[in-house]
Ligand binder design. Sequence first.
Ligand SMILES: Nc1nc2c(ncn2[C@@H]2O[C@H](COP(=O)(O)OP(=O)(O)O)[C@@H](O)[C@H]2O)c(=O)[nH]1
Ligand SMILES: [Mg+2]
Length: 243
Amino acid sequence: MRTLVIIPTYNEMENISSVLSMVLSIRNDIDILVIDDNSADGTGEYVRELSSKERRVKLHIRPTKLGLGTAYIEGFGYAVREGYDYIFEMDADLSHNPDDISRFLEKIKNADLVIGSRYFGGVSVVNWPISRLLLSYFANMYARIITGVPVGDMTSGYKCYRRKVVEALLKEKIVSDGYSFQIETVFWAYRNNFKVKEMPIIFIDRVEGSSKMSKKIVWEAFWVVWRLRLTGMMRKAGRIGNR
Ligand SMILES: Nc1nc2c(ncn2[C@@H]2O[C@H](COP(=O)(O)OP(=O)(O)O)[C@@H](O)[C@H]2O)c(=O)[nH]1
Ligand SMILES: [Mg+2]
């Protein structure tokens, strides 16, 4: 079984070397694809240098900051073309502990998508300011109510997909850049009847570098859930196909 961990980066120089070496040391059938948006801090150069010595590390550099959603879509296309069996989404800032990868790979044996959940029988977020925690918690509640998808953490960016789910997602019209990309992917996996499971993770706020969260990203999520609800309803009524 071949696994690809996709890591989008934008100015993650302080974190990238640790996250890459931690993922590489988990197992040697795991490759990494970094999608860097031309970071000014040298992240791309660092990964380029490493990828010339370590064939398990791949790099795509895009010309400018084009958003998380399109970075993952690009990574998904690569994963499908290369025939990876399991495909991960993971942040570069060490909020997602690479040691959890083994638990994901165990769990995916009985699922099509495994979501690393921060809200699974409680809250497992460390060091977030209360304002950020409340935003995330209520955004999740809102997304769950409007879309009707029974998942506790729809905005988690730590996930493991089987290739067939990624293939199905590439056929959907995913429009988000920010964390509503995470809502869209869970929604379409669920609506396409894939087996979606959650697994608790401990999410630790970044220590180095800075968050790329913005008001625009919050507004995008606010509207995207309504778009999903409508397209989902129309799809059910047989009015539109999946394109
Ligand atoms: N390639 C790319 N990566 C991005 C972009 N925005 C955020 N990222 C990366 O996505 C991950 C999550 O972003 P982060 O700022 O930590 O979001 P937060 O944890 O929600 O505050 C990190 O690895 C970022 O470097 C982007 O526009 N392009
Ligand atoms: Mg982060």
